[in-house]
Write a protein that binds this ligand. Structure first.
Ligand code: DC
Length: 256
């Protein structure tokens, strides 16, 4: 039966209670059937870790498998950096960057990052953005704006969110918290492969140096340093494939 406003893929009874039209339809789930629809249970999955640990790839796949919304918080800092560059604003000019952040329009739609309605998904991944984004993500007022936005996004149904401060600051109440790591060399090789597959010319050694520099910046900065939450599950992905990592996380969530 096709009922207006009904949800797909559910094992449930549809009951019409004292109503003449279909607006009063009630969906009653069979015992435990709701567990088949984790996406309806407002489950929050936080994934943190250093650059290149595989967070975004894994988070994207995991979200797809669970039918959750994926929120890439690094993309938000990157989009702001990109906007600063195209508007000729020095990324070290704190006041101007904060002003820009306060009126930025970033939308994460499926796998796309929209800045003022324009698709900038590839543009925000270049090495020049990676290099400058650290300055911007170190500004406390910028983080305040971004965290507020991210908290708002996390309240809309079940989500997988990845970043550096997700389990500690943005979603400390997340039911599932993961911290992904991998050796700097493996992380550099992954980023190198990712960029060259997109025809972005890069050198492996430059990427490795950038990763080491960013690790230092991310963990030693005074503002929101990259830190594992006490209750995060650590997964070292150095010798694991994407599928293995995703399966491991999926099983923890589905059995949790
Ligand atoms: O994950 P990524 O490489 O796309 O992140 C880009 C930058 O943004 C990186 O330097 C760390 C920073 N970042 C952050 O400070 N907090 C987050 N929640 C996400 C990213």
């Amino acid at each position: 039966m096709n009922v207006k406003n009904s949800l797909e893929k559910c094992i449930r009874a549809v009951v019409f209670i004292n109503c003449e039209d279909d607006k009063e339809v009630k969906h009653i789930y069979m015992k435990n059937a709701k567990l088949l629809r984790l996406d309806l249970l407002n489950i929050k999955v936080a994934i943190d870790g250093p650059a290149g640990a595989g967070k975004s790839t894994v988070a994207k796949e995991l979200a797809k498998k669970l039918n959750f919304t994926y929120i890439d918080t690094g993309a938000m800092y990157r989009a702001l950096t990109y906007k600063a560059i195209i508007e000729n604003i020095n990324v070290e000019d704190k006041n101007k960057i904060v002003e820009l952040a306060s009126k930025i329009d970033i939308e994460l739609k499926n796998d796309k990052v929209l800045l003022d309605g324009i698709d900038v998904t590839n543009e925000i991944r270049t090495p020049s953005i990676s290099e400058k984004v650290s300055y911007i993500s170190m500004i406390p007022e910028v983080r305040e704006i971004m965290v507020k936005l991210q908290k708002r996004l996390s309240d809309k149904g079940s989500v997988v969110m990845d970043g550096r401060d997700i389990a500690t600051v943005v979603m400390p109440d997340a039911q599932f918290k993961f911290f992904l790591t991998a050796s700097p060399e493996v992380r550099a090789m992954r980023r190198y492969n990712e960029l060259t597959s997109k025809k972005i010319p890069v050198k492996y050694d430059d990427i490795l140096n950038d990763i080491r520099k960013r690790d230092k910046n991310d963990t030693e900065r005074d503002v929101a340093p990259l830190k594992k939450a006490d209750d995060s599950i650590v997964i070292d992905t150095t010798n694991m494939s994407i599928d293995e990592v995703v399966s491991k996380m999926y099983n923890i969530i589905a059995n949790g």
